[in-house]
Design a protein around this ligand. Structure first.
Ligand code: SF4
Length: 858
């Protein structure tokens, strides 16, 4: 079932998918062909069963059968890798304490780690901002970074890319992805599709160039690192048929927001999405990556674009060797993975999108799926604020823009988007315009090569003149590391002024970008620059003036936006494929990183005084949560759309918060407690910071913040952590109750680890987001789904009876509400557990006990 092809790089062998699945291969979505190749190459003993299951999938468009997927590599970033490394270090200790060899726990796959999530925008709009922000990053995060350097020495296959080398998904797109890789086996060279999992929900960005990948929780990644496959139900695949082509002036950001709106409207919930149809060919690799990036925002596991000539062109433009580009084309064709615009494979369901119907737009002010015509944004913000815009404080009006940021992996890797932003800046600069001082402006490209491109074209000087100088090459504002607001803006917000963020990111959940900002708009980079000039969200910016030029003449949006020809001319003239590998290599020699000393030993030497890295209690083979039958108190009763940002915030730690007080008591300076994202190696800080988000409401305390709750036996109210500790000391079980889409957002495993550390045995919700659901299972917490229409709103004095002695994938779980008057109301519950492997993980008490048991057994 193998074939050979001749390429510029010599003879290579390939799986013959036509032989593996004769006659029906073309009917399969490409994502399933890649799974088929994976099984045929990695697990041939299961091929017959899998092809039978695929036959049934083709008949029915869905399947209950499971498949074991063996990705070729793992991608992590500093905030998801640190907790994983802490777990690994603690597991090595547990193995040594049990008499085993700690070094036996070693990754079996290559792991690339980016250091991108921690840089903050301390300085902006001034010379030296990037250098200052990077220096502060090293000062704040030295301890965590030492752990990561320990890992590069102690864990073979772990490669850490230092600060300044870019955002993980851009790094993956521009540097790491091979699309088709070569592996040596039995003395022969085999060509195989590049596949990966990443501990970040935006991992599917790489789907834009035909690499199958998706985001998983840190716990699932840990299991894959140690040789377990990713077990999944053969996915439902939604085909999105693209027709037409984008009209002039419409950018890939607009398309991504349109797709997000469309797919959320069709209630995509964890399915694989694959784009097909003639419209696909009109999109560049860069365009596709932007659309693929937002897969989590449109509810999908993937946003896959098959390999074609645009993919190969993208590889060439990003400096991949010509021989490798030729190999990708030849191998993709031989494997049957080459895109055919006329083909219409079988999909579970099909949605249609005419590219010609997409318009420039914004999304917000609270969710990425809420697209808005430009003219409607101001009214939407006013409506969301709940009052008319009449106030002005410190000269700052209601509706002001507090932050204007060109940020995020989504919209800073494509040269066209950067050129378009730079050209707006050039026009604005010539007109003598600049955003008002209260707008915090920044540019944080995902790739260090962006600076070369923008400098060569002269556009960097234009952006800098408007305050959009480079502040770093990391997540910055997108992850909430936006740094302090302008003091006047901070004062105005404290006085009640309604303000919002305007960013080229992918998420605008309340409080994500900055704790004082409850509103945010997502937009393309050129719109971020242009609209920031007004300093506020302007009604109908295409028609209304957004600023006055040096002569007092009104300037409208259309006066500033560049046309496609101008953008394309800049891209053509100033893109240099060599810039990408050269800029990356230069950034990788980051002196402060090279100088950082790290321990070299199989076991990590924990420091008792550390407030960043602490041995977690759950990384042990001892007792853990397991399903079973019990009666529990509700610890929290939450509403719909409880995101991972609500559950385990990433942003600034306030000195007065429970977590902040804990850190200050241990000697950390109250003025510089860093962000939660940087504290994920310290379980004691993280567990105290759970639900430290003022917009997470707990019905048990009358809808006030969920950082507080009620101890039912005494009806006393207190901080969440304290109440959970009281329940634990009393030996009482607790569960968490939530509404729709619990755990929407990122792959943040702390949202599950923290809940498990609170002692929560089950989360009962109307629906779960995929990655978070997996993380709960990974921590031994049973996710239970109850029907949307069943009334279920426990009060503090109610108890919940659960019988989960028998758990099966999607099987029934008995749940009853026990009232203080002795009444008992059963509700129909179902285990939100997808596979037998997940059941086994729950029974083991979670992923970590499962890995430990496997390692100790040899
Ligand atoms: S979405 Fe934002 S936080 Fe996540 S990887 Fe991209 S830039 Fe970083």
């Amino acid at each position: 079932m193998a074939q050979r092809i001749e390429t510029a790089e010599g003879t290579v062998r390939l799986v013959s998918l036509g032989d593996a699945f004769p006659g029906r291969l073309e009917r399969l979505p490409v994502v399933l062909r890649i799974l088929l190749e994976n099984v045929a190459r990695r697990d041939p003993g299961r091929l017959a069963a899998f092809t039978e299951a695929l036959d049934r999938w083709l008949d029915e468009g869905t399947s209950e059968a499971e498949v074991d997927f063996h990705p070729s590599r793992v991608l992590m970033h500093d905030t998801t890798c640190v907790p994983a490394l802490v777990d690994i270090a603690a597991m090595r200790d547990a193995i040594a304490e049990a008499g085993g060899d700690p070094a036996a726990l070693t990754p079996v796959l290559p792991v690339d780690v980016s250091v991108d999530h921690s840089v903050a925008v301390d300085w902006y709009g001034r010379p030296g901002a990037r250098e200052h922000n990077m220096r502060r990053e090293m000062e704040r995060n030295g301890e965590r970074y030492r752990l990561m350097k320990w890992a590069t020495a102690a864990l073979p296959g772990v490669r850490v890319h230092p600060p300044g080398t870019g955002i993980m998904h851009t790094l993956n797109l521009e540097q790491l992805a091979t699309v088709i890789g070569i592996e040596e086996r039995d003395g022969e060279r085999w060509a195989a599709p590049d596949t990966l999992i990443g501990t970040d929900s935006h991992t599917p960005m790489i789907n834009g160039i035909g690499v199958l990948a998706w985001g998983v929780g840190g716990l699932e990644a840990e299991s894959v690192l140690f040789g377990m496959p990713v077990t999944l139900r053969i996915p439902d695949v939604v085909g999105v048929r693209l027709t037409g082509r984008l009209r002039p002036g419409v950018l890939s950001t607009d398309l991504a927001l349109e797709v997000t709106h469309l797919l959320r409207r069709h209630a995509i919930a964890g399915e694989f999405v694959e784009f097909f149809g003639a419209g696909v060919s009109s999109l560049t690799g860069g365009d596709r990556a932007v659309v693929a990036n937002m897969a989590p925002e449109y509810g999908a596991s993937t946003g896959f674009f098959p390999i074609d000539a645009q993919t190969v062109a993208y590889l060439r433009e990003t400096g991949r060797p010509a021989g490798h580009c030729a190999l990708v084309e030849a191998a993709a064709k031989a494997l049957g993975l080459w895109f055919d615009p006329a083909a219409a494979p079988r999909y579970s369901r099909v949605l249609d999108l005419d590219l010609a119907g997409v318009e420039p737009l914004l999304a917000g002010p609270r969710r990425p799926q809420d697209k808005l015509p430009l003219a409607a944004a101001a009214a939407a913000l006013e409506a969301a604020s709940g009052r008319p815009f009449t106030r002005e404080a410190q000269g700052i009006p209601d509706g002001a823009i507090a932050i204007a940021a060109i940020t995020s992996c989504t919209n800073t890797s494509d040269r066209r988007l950067l050129a378009a932003a730079g050209l707006v800046a050039r026009k604005a600069r010539r007109l003598g315009l600049r955003p008002p001082a209260w707008v915090k402006t920044s540019l944080a490209p995902g790739s260090p090569s962006a600076e070369r491109f923008l400098s060569a074209s002269g556009l960097l000087a234009d952006l800098e003149a408007l305050g959009f100088g480079i502040v770093g090459h990391g997540c910055t504002t997108c992850i909430g590391n936006s740094g302090p607001l302008h003091p006047d803006m901070a004062g105005a917000i404290a006085g009640g002024t309604v303000a919002s963020a305007l960013l080229s990111g992918n998420r605008n959940f309340p409080g994500r970008v900055h704790p004082s900002l409850q509103f945010g708009f997502l937009a393309s980079p050129p719109l971020v620059v242009a609209l920031s000039l007004a300093g506020r969200i302007v009604p109908d910016p295409m028609k209304a003036e957004i600023a006055r030029d040096a002569d007092g003449a009104p300037v409208r949006l259309r006066d500033l936006l560049a046309c496609d020809a101008e953008i394309d001319a800049v891209v053509r003239e100033f893109s240099n494929p060599r810039d990408i590998p050269e800029a990356f290599a230069q950034a990788a020699i980051y002196e402060p990183w090279q100088r950082l000393e790290a321990p070299r030993a199989a076991r990590f030497p924990w420091a008792e005084a550390s407030t960043y890295i602490r041995r977690p209690p759950f990384a042990a083979a001892g007792p853990a949560n397991r399903p079973g039958a019990y009666t529990a108190h509700p610890l929290l009763v939450l509403g719909d759309d409880m995101t991972t940002d609500h559950i385990s915030p990433a942003g600034q730690i306030a000195a007065g918060s429970v977590a902040g007080r804990h850190l200050v008591e241990r000697g950390d300076p109250p003025t510089d407690l860093n962000v939660y994202a940087a504290r994920r190696g310290n379980w004691q800080a993280m567990v105290r910071g759970l639900f430290d988000n003022p917009t997470a409401a707990n019905a048990l305390v009358g809808g006030r913040p969920a950082s507080r709750t009620v101890h039912a036996p005494t009806l006393e109210e207190g901080p969440l952590w304290d109440i959970a500790e009281r329940y634990r000391a009393e030996g009482r079980a607790v569960v968490l109750v939530a509404g729709e889409r619990y755990g929407t957002g990122s792959s943040r495993d702390w949202a599950a680890k923290g809940v498990a550390l609170l002692g929560v045995r089950a989360v009962i919700a109307r629906s779960f987001e995929r990655i978070h659901r997996t993380n709960l299972v990974g921590m031994g917490v049973l996710p239970i789904v109850i029907d949307r229409d069943t009334p279920f709103l426990p009060e503090a004095t109610d108890r919940i009876e659960i019988d989960a002695t028998r758990v099966e994938p999607r099987g029934p779980i008995s749940v009853s509400l026990l009232r203080p008057d002795g009444s008992r109301r059963p509700v129909a519950g179902r285990a939100a557990v997808e596979t037998d492997r997940e059941v086994a993980i729950l029974q083991a008490g979670g992923m970590i006990p499962a890995i430990l048991a496997a390692t100790l057994q040899g």
